[in-house]
Write a protein of this length. Sequence first.
Length: 245
Amino acid sequence: MARLGLFMRLARRVASASMLGCILIASIAHAGPRGEGSIGFIGAYPQGAFGDNVENDGYGIGFGAMFRPADSPVLIGVDLALLSYGDETRKEPFSTNIPDVEVDVTTTNSIAKGNFVLRLSPLPGAIRPYLDGLVGFNYLWTETKIEDEDSQEQIASSTNQDDTTVSYGGGGGLLVRVYSGSTEGTSVLRGVFIDLQARYLAGGKAKYLKENSIRRSGSRVVYDLSESRTDLLTFMIGATVEFGR
């Protein structure tokens, strides 16, 4: 249940960005350029020292927008991913004066990834392989929230640790068309695709927390920080919409 709640929180966070992105894509699409918008579920696997320290695999949601200059085989765009690589929930009394009312105290370890993307997609048709080159950032943070145990309404929160570092790498994928659109009249929908994707992203050094690295020693809170490169292997399955006249 804790992981389901975490996934729902990640979904809510990315929903607002996705909505804004869809509005932007729709407005630009009506202006004429061709491009793609995508959203999908991501599995993330820490590599190297990051994997040794974190141990848990990650998961989350990704969103992207790509634009194709004229009839070029190259697309240019950006993407965003929100990932979790660990969480823990415990029950605590609401206060020392009200010990018979309990709240959920949830600590979540997360990564936000943003990238500029250069994509080579030279083959038109129903099945389209592609290659990506990426450069961007990793933002790692750990947040603790107090929530109502029934409604999951947030009462208070605090960021325990955060750090930002560079990220770069490459990958590839395959688009499989499941719907063919039309560009006649005012329609700009060219097609809908299943998007299968894999990437290796090398991340710079960062300081971060992981599961069970926040300890209480009497009245003090102790943070056991880890520091390493933040390399990730990611896989995504999602949907891509092609637009433009």
